[in-house]
Design a protein around this ligand. Sequence first.
Ligand code: NOJ
Length: 666
Amino acid sequence: LLSAVAGPLCAMVTVSSPQAVLEVGFSVEGGQPRYTVSRLGETVIRPSRLGLQFADAPGLDTGLAIIGSATRAVDETWTQPWGESEKVRNHYNELRVDLGRDGATLLSVVFRVYDSGLGFRYEVPADAGHAKRSISNELTEFALGGDHQAWWTGAYLPNRYEYLYRHTPLSAIWKADTPLTMKTDSGLYLSLHEAALVDYAAMTLENIGDNTLKADLIPWSDGARVKTEGAFVTPWRTLEVADTAVGLIAASDLILNLNEPNRLGDAAWIEPGKYVGVWWEMHIRQSTWASGPRHGANTANVKRYIDFAAKYGFKGVLVEGWNVGWDGDWIANSELFNFTLPYPDYDFDELARYARAKGVRIIGHHETSGGIGNYEAQLEPAMKFMADHGVRAIKTGYVKQNGQIPRVDDTGKTVHEWQHGQFMVRHYQKVIEAAARQHIAINTHEPIKDTGLRRTWPNWMSREGARGQEYNAWSDGNGPAHTATLPFTRLLSGPMDFTPGIFDLGSEVARRERNIPTTLAKQLALYVVIYSPLQMAADLPENYEAKPAAFQFIRDVPADWAETRALAGEIGEYVVIARRDRASPDWYLGALTNAHGRLLSVPLGFLESGRRYRAQLYRDGLVAHWDKNPESVLIETRELGSQDLLQLRLAPGGGAAIRFVPIDPE
Ligand code: NOJ
């Protein structure tokens, strides 16, 4: 399988995936490194350049020769402390090529090739003459085989990653964030992304013509792309290749596999679970983050949520707007946020006591509005303050226009950074490590994209990084296709705190003031479709108590899974996902569709054969419609087994959620 042959005179090396599905070819032509990728003989990546250039040191892009190469095969299975699956198989063939001049290795390119994708990265030894090097250009290209259909969001835009996906030919891209999803005319599905983004700039993809995308690293304000010191490695550049859309979901283990194993050691203190919170009420303008008569984070109101959480079995209560800093223009006044000073009507000591007595934990909130200096100066005490109040998870926030993150440079001048450059990548990482020291997990909003670092830092549990439910509260809404697109785009990178579960869809005020383009059953389906180990029930307590039968599904559904099967779907059209609970033999299924209603036949072969299950079905009522009749839902129980074919009727903008409980003991 490994046909690596190389020496000073041989400039072509290849490596295949374990079952010879993918093949990578590496060559040096005219001193320039290039690679190709094919799948079962079909070209996926045409010859594409590799290499790095520096502003202040010789480039590693040309004048290079192969000095040596080595291959190895790895097949191991590791366990996730929490996740969408308990076991992850890491099965690849690796090719390492050392490149250099005059016999000295200056750069290694390492490929790990799986049957459903690959990753490659640059490993750069220290350069004695240039202790510090500033990367001015990463040459990595992806020369694609045609003008594929692409699902993407534009990079460098003001709202960071929060845009509806565009569906255009590849040629219409200018610069895109990753994951970027494509479909070829021949029916292959591709996802380009990166893994293990540590101390480097996020990669965007620039269209340089001829169906070729090129790495474009988000620069610092001074123009440097990445500032390095001594030896360094880059993140892995990843490509998933599948012949079905849901094959991409299965292939996305690749991102985790390319990350380093857990560095925190014992992760038992990291608890996945569901939460409620003082949150939606601010987004729908019933209360305020700011202090005053309508302040949401007041002691009595938080106690009401704690009571609700305790009564219905939620582990966490998120409280936003608890600390000084929200008054006035909080997006502009980031330096006013104080992370150890609660507002006077928020009695944190009493709430910590009250929550503990009820077996619930407060989920902390650190909105920084991009004030990195202000936050970092308070980071250690801020984390300790939360830990002292029994907090085990904090949601962080960075609401600021992209490109407007203030930083005081070496000369004392304030400059402005992009949200996804190396400066911010370093910051997000600092927060994770500071939180870990206090046994706190982080759920980052306005985050850097997920590149699988939860494997190394399992306390980095969830994040936003796409348009979430909040857009349905105050914008013209996400549209019915958004959550049918996310599983094949953003969610390939990792968990998302989308905050599902809005039940008030049909009231006059909801219809007048909000744009929540789903049926009630589709809100339930989101709990299975959108994986997050911290999963919110986002609506107000009274809206759940008004619909107890449908609420039962949210109470039952877990946030930690033993196994996941992406069963069917097409990008932006529909998706069906089944997951097995980690704490019981129960299976759950979520199915949802865009604005088109559809009748799906779902084989239940994922259920344990020979066993019968009581299926609790939550599906669209016969008159349900995301716009005309969003709340019509049918709840019924049926007996089903692995041999059955389930017909699921999804209303326009609708969905279905099912819990399967084995009837007979094993
Ligand atoms: C944006 C976050 O996504 C949202 O969840 C939060 O409520 C606001 N920022 C305020 O921090």
